[in-house]
Each structure stands twice: as structure tokens, then as C-alpha cells.
Design a protein around this ligand. Sequence first.
Ligand SMILES: Cc1cc2nc3c(=O)[nH]c(=O)nc-3n(C[C@H](O)[C@H](O)[C@H](O)COP(=O)(O)O)c2cc1C
Length: 397
Amino acid sequence: MSVLFTPRSIGRLELPNRLVCSATYEQMAAESGEVTDKLIRRYEKLALGETALSITGLMYVHPSGRGYQHQVGIHADSMIAGLSKLTAAVHAAGGRIAFQLAHCGRQTTKAMAGQTPMAPSSRGRDPMNFVKPRTMSEEDIEKTIAAFGAAAKRAVAAGADAIQLHGAHGYLISEFLSPFFNVRTDRWGGSDENRFRFLKSVYQAVKAQVPEDFPILVKLNGHDHTPKAGVTLTSVRQYTQWLAEMGIDGIEVSCGTTHYSYMNMCRGDVPTTELMQSLAWWEKPVGRFMIGKLEGHYDLEEGYNLAFAKAIKPLIGDTPLFLVGGMRSVAHMESVLEKKHADFISMSRPFIREPSLARKLKEGKKNNVACVSCNRCLAAVPNGLPVHCYHKGFPAG
Ligand SMILES: Cc1cc2nc3c(=O)[nH]c(=O)nc-3n(C[C@H](O)[C@H](O)[C@H](O)COP(=O)(O)O)c2cc1C
């Protein structure tokens, strides 16, 4: 039997295989942040497709950390009823679901938050929205940490099987970890130990709100790919060691940031036409120039974050490691698991295209995923479309 279909536990959570749907923003929530039937259907399909664990798209833990108009909210108790429907549907379909908890930090927009976004430091303007964030005060930091704890309590109340803290891709936790975004000189910045303090405090706040054995995962970058040094392999090796010592139940390794280096994060084709379509006429000249600079530089190399996994896994012992990024062939996935570079294979775009991918692979119907990394699913986000596979093109009109 393929190693892909051997069971593995994450703390108390026993999973039947090693195929995990990595967090993927769905753009399917109501504007109130409520779960919709469309969103439930997406996760139900993944569960019916025998995905071992589906990690939701980033949920905002506080309105100040909301980055997208159709993002799921876990910021208020009123969200619990809808979130419970989501977990009930997944469980009825035989699946397991983890909620990804996030604060978007500076990668949110004025329009979304109704206020200037906040970040560890106010350095520079956001390259996408041209907004300058404000520096978080000590009180902002404490309130945000508490918001993660409260959100975790809601996740448990709603029946989630696990939580993943979003510490990757340039959102708030990732910003604190990164010397590119975090130039503070107080106890929250200036050294790896201080930059790690925010994630450590969030973890502790979450831990205090969930049952003793409730699985808590974290997603981190192996490299930020920011214009100046951010998180690098050296710092992430230190962070993951500290997390393992603290008892984290699983670590997923990714790279890139949504606003500074999204093509590093995803790799593959640059969806130029579709990205251009999302711009207003006055943004098009600059947009064409910026997007044009990306073309031809991000070919998808299979398992492009593998080097990070190889460097991290020996430091964290039995703590499960999830490898995400360009995992596309069964042979490669099996080799990663057999060589013990990772314990789970995480995929995002392949599951957008094929929600029943895990079952198809189990039945031996195919050796490769169908996704060709055209990245039109990614371009759906700025175009305001729900995240689906648009390989055949965007809907007319
Ligand atoms: C449309 C889209 C939305 C995404 N949303 C999230 C998200 O909410 N949280 C997250 O951690 N990563 C998100 N990602 C990144 C993926 O989880 C994953 O790290 C990346 O796509 C590389 O994996 P893949 O090659 O299997 O697609 C998103 C990616 C795509 C394409």
C-alpha cells in the first residue's frame, strides 16, 4: 500500500491518510463574515473526496484583521452557529476540518477594516493598496492576542477538529516574525526571541482556551521573499525548534507574502489577463508594468518548499510536518514521506480543481494531479469571484 494512505495522528486527531487540503481563501462567506451554503458545500466535497484534513481559508479573529470582503469571520459568538453547520457537514461526510485563524495585519485594506490597518511597524506603504499601516501599541497587541484566544474558544464550540495559526504569507503573525515588517525596538522586536514573542503569546492564549489535547497547528514561511531580508531559513529553524519545545501539534512550511511576493508563494503561470481585468483603468499602466516584470520567472518546480522541510524536520522530532507548495505527482509525494522529510502532503490548487483528489489517488486512477498551476483561481480573488478552478477561463461578463 502507498505510504500516502497510511494513518498518522496529530495529537488526539487520527487521520486516515496523509493528504491535507492546505488553507485556501474561498471568497464564499457573506459580507457579514457568516458561513454560506456554498462554502459548506466546498468542504463537504473535500470530505466526501476522502481528504484527511481540510484547513479552511484564513478566518479573521477581529474586525481590525479582516482582509477580504467575503472572508469567514470568527470574531464574534454570533458566528458560532454558522461555523457549527460547516463542521457538522464535514463530519457527516466522514471528514475532519481545521480552522485557520488569522489577523491580516497590514495586508488588509482601509475599505475592509474601516480604519487604517495595523502592523508591528508602519514601515512603507503597502504595494497593493498603497495604505500605510499604523504601528500597534502595547494595548493593540494585547487585545489582538486575546482575540486569537477568544476565536479559538469559538472554534472549539463550533466543533472544529483543530486550529491552524496563520503565521505565514505576510499576515500579522508573520509580520511580527519578520525583520522586514517588524522594526520595533521594544520587547516585540529587535531579536528572533522578541519577534517570536507575539506568536508565542498567541499560542499561549489559544492553548488556555481549548481542551488540553486539542490540536494546534501553525503555518510558517521558510522564506518571506520580501525586498529586504525577512524570515529566512536560519530564523525559521529557530522558530520551529521553539514551537516544538512548546508542544505545538504540527507545523506547515510555506513561503512568500501575499502583497510583496505572491508569485513566490504560489509559482506557476502569471495570470496576466485576469489580473489586469481586476484593475481600474487608471491602475492599468502601472499594473501592466508590475505584472509584466513577473512573467517567466516563477515556473513551478515540484515541491518547491522541500528544502525548508528538509532543514526543519530533523529539528522537530515527532512533531508532524506538513509540506505545501507544488506537490503534484504521487511519486514525489511518496518519496517525501518515505524519506521522512515531511509527515503530510498539503495542497491547495490541486484540491480546488479536484475536491475528490484523495479518493482518486487512493483508487489508483491517476499518478498526477490535474491542476496545471495556471493561477486563475488566485486571480479570482482580486476580481471578486468565488475561488474555483477557472482553468477554462473566467465566466463571461
Ligand atoms: C486562491 C488561493 C487562496 C489561498 N488562501 C490561503 C489562505 O487563506 N491561507 C493560507 O495559509 N494560504 C493560502 N493560500 C496558499 C496555499 O495554501 C498554498 O500555500 C499555496 O497555494 C501553494 O500550494 P499549492 O501549490 O498546493 O497550491 C492560497 C492559495 C490560493 C491559490
